[in-house]
Design a protein around this ligand. Structure first.
Ligand SMILES: Cc1cc2nc3c(=O)[nH]c(=O)nc-3n(C[C@H](O)[C@H](O)[C@H](O)COP(=O)(O)OP(=O)(O)OC[C@H]3O[C@@H](n4cnc5c(N)ncnc54)[C@H](O)[C@@H]3O)c2cc1C
Length: 470
């Protein structure tokens, strides 16, 4: 079955868009990043700009600002840089816990960045898949084609319904409700329902990290894409971030508690107080929603509304390491589960870095629910699915499990347009306050939210805004 990716949907429904590649600085080797761990701002350390957060957006902004000779200080709560770009090396191979792909590499500015920094990338083909029904039997190619056809037709009907509702000036509803309306008179066989659930989960819920019950019918796919194949940085996504951070003054373990912008910018962390003329907030939407960082005065109503309206989704990864490969040699294994969204997609690392590792993804409601399970319970649940397909297989030797919903520096994986939100909420979140407190991060990018390139471009935007203001 050919899975439609987000860009393919967009092409199908809206026509494709492309962005010109930005000129970027070239750098030949991977430098070590120097960070000032556990140090307060010394009395004579004057900075022009404090950036909160050393993820892609904060580092991209800092990189551009120091080129202009401005003094920048980045305060980061974690003990590492990168934020939701997080390459783990505990098995002595680079495995991503956050972002995994440079999506649609033709026109994506990260492709040029990877080339400039000589970061090794390899193409990944989400269409190279083997499909299994809930009972573990393999889906025939004929069935795959039939379901493809039905799914494309369903999406054409969704588009028609959306246009009709917009024309009639009706309130937004969830994508789920729209599908329920369209299928109201259909009596789907249990297997057809399972395949439909699988397709909705793997193509939409994984992409937007949200259940379709929460996604806005009007705006769920209002983001833009590029063209071409997805790329994996097989030596680690962090290799794209490190060169950008090379000359930046970054203090780690500085958990920001308060931002006072009454006069100049004053930032209070768990370790001290920092002052500057300008501030850039790159806190993830989940952290802004949590209210754990106090703003004084409180953020303007429009910004608070945007924080409330937009959703922060969940996508989690479970890596299982085995003694040997027992699975098919396609890039992904797709499982049409009985219950929607449970272990429907596995990435085969034998095809990427020749390792007997499977990576399972779970998103939305189920992705959030399993964060409450113990590691053993998560592995048991995953193995039940794999044993339905492959029967006599050994337990994994080891596992790596993410819990993004519980992560206190993110509280979720990335933003999405919830029912009741509009793309303008992204704009409202991006707007500066009094030309001194600026905002970047994936959730400030109306065009490219939920992505590393969106975060990267938002950092460049905010740097431009400050430079224009100085
Ligand atoms: C599982 C997963 C898979 C993904 N897959 C992809 C993908 O394949 N391709 C893609 O393009 N994108 C993907 N993304 C999205 C992408 O990772 C993000 O959109 C992007 O990295 C966000 O960058 P950012 O700078 O906006 O935020 P962040 O990287 O989150 O940076 C914000 C920083 O603020 C810090 N911070 C938070 N609270 C505080 C505080 N109180 N004090 C100080 N610092 C604080 C955080 O620690 C963090 O370092 C994925 C994300 C996840 C989680």
């Amino acid at each position: 079955m050919k899975k439609l990716t987000r860009s393919q949907f967009l092409k199908l429904l809206l026509g494709s868009t492309a962005l010109t590649t930005l000129p970027l600085i070239s750098c030949q080797k991977q430098p070590e990043v120097k960070t000032n761990n556990n140090q307060n701002q010394s009395a004579n350390e004057e900075v022009d700009i404090i950036i909160i957060g050393a993820g892609m957006s904060g580092i991209s902004a800092g990189f551009d600002l120091i080129q202009k000779g401005l003094k920048v200080l980045i305060l980061e709560g974690r003990d590492r840089i990168g934020g939701r770009v997080w390459t783990d090396n505990r098995w002595n191979i680079p495995l991503e816990l956050g972002a995994g792909w440079i999506q649609e590499s033709e026109g994506n500015p990260l492709t040029k960045l990877a080339q400039d920094f000589q970061v090794s990338t390899i193409p990944f083909d989400f269409d190279d898949s083997t499909f299994y029904y809930a009972d573990g039997s393999e889906m025939s190619e004929e069935d795959q084609e039939d379901y493809d056809q039905l799914f494309e037709e369903l999406f054409e009907e969704i588009e028609t319904l959306r246009e009709q509702k917009e024309k009639d000036d009706q309130d937004d509803i969830s994508l789920q409700k729209a599908i329920d309306e369209i299928l109201a008179d259909e009596d789907l066989e249990p297997q057809d329902q399972e395949v439909l659930n699988y397709l909705l989960n793997s193509t939409i819920e994984h992409e937007y990290a949200s259940d379709i019950n929460d996604l806005s019918l009007y705006y769920w796919d209002s983001d833009q894409g590029f063209d071409g194949e997805d790329l994996i940085c097989d030596q680690g996504y962090k290799q794209i971030i490190q060169p950008l951070a090379k000359n930046l003054n970054i203090k780690l373990n500085q958990i920001v508690e308060k931002v006072d912008y009454t006069n100049n910018i004053q930032v209070t962390t768990n370790q001290g107080i920092f002052n500057a003329k300008y501030g850039i907030i790159t806190l993830p939407l989940g952290v802004l929603k949590s209210g754990k960082v106090e703003f004084s005065p409180p953020l303007p109503d429009r910004k608070q509304e945007a924080i409330k309206n937009l959703g922060m989704g969940v996508l989690n990864r479970v890596y299982l390491k085995f003694s040997e490969v027992f699975w098919d040699d396609t890039q992904t294994l797709e499982y049409i589960s009985k219950n929607k969204g449970e272990w429907c997609e596995w990435v085969n690392f034998d095809t990427i870095i020749k390792q007997p590792i499977l990576l399972g993804f779970n998103a939305g409601d189920f992705g959030t629910k399993i964060e409450e399970y113990s590691d053993q319970e998560i592995i048991k649940s995953a193995m039940e699915v794999l044993r339905t397909i492959y029967e006599d297989i050994p337990d994994p030797l080891d596992s790596i499990i993410t819990r993004w919903h519980q992560d206190e520096f993110s509280y979720g994986s990335y933003s999405y347009v919830k029912v009741g939100a509009t793309p303008e909420d992204y704009d409202n979140l991006s707007q500066a306050i009094d030309n001194k407190l600026f905002f970047a991060g994936e959730a400030t990018s109306k065009e490219y939210p939920a992505t590393v390139h969106g975060a990267f471009l938002s950092g460049k935007r905010v740097a431009k805004e400050i430079i224009a203001n100085i």
